[in-house]
Design a protein around this ligand. Sequence first.
Ligand code: HEC
Length: 113
Amino acid sequence: MQAPIAPSSDALFNAVVYTNGQPVAQPVTDAQWGALVSHARNLATAARQVGEAAPAADGEGRADWTRWAVEMAAASEAATRAAEARDVNALLESGGRLYATCAGCHKRFLPED
Ligand code: HEC
């Protein structure tokens, strides 16, 4: 898969961490928030490239692929807005939404281990 996807998504998934209801990690500095904006933008770009790389197969497979890629782009854009607004809750929420697109598309298209 495209190179920036894993590091950028890891950065977003790890940006806000709660343990037993207590925040143990969240962005604080300008540099941290700025990096998250960049990561989220990279993911939105990558999602559009993933969308264009839909499998040649037509019909249902292609439609499912496009649906997941579009949702990945939308979640990345939500994460971009959250990071721009420095909104920790929105960042957490968009991260969960983003993760669901990775998992959903992989479940549909990656062979079972
Ligand atoms: C539209 C479908 C789709 C979406 C959305 C998607 N992936 Fe994937 N991903 C794939 C497919 C298909 C492969 C296997 C083929 C390949 O490596 O190009 C893959 C492979 C990978 C791999 C390589 C390791 C492996 O198991 O083969 C990583 C890492 C990965 N994806 C991360 C992510 C992350 C993180 C997200 C969400 C931010 C994501 N992907 C979203 C379809 C998708």
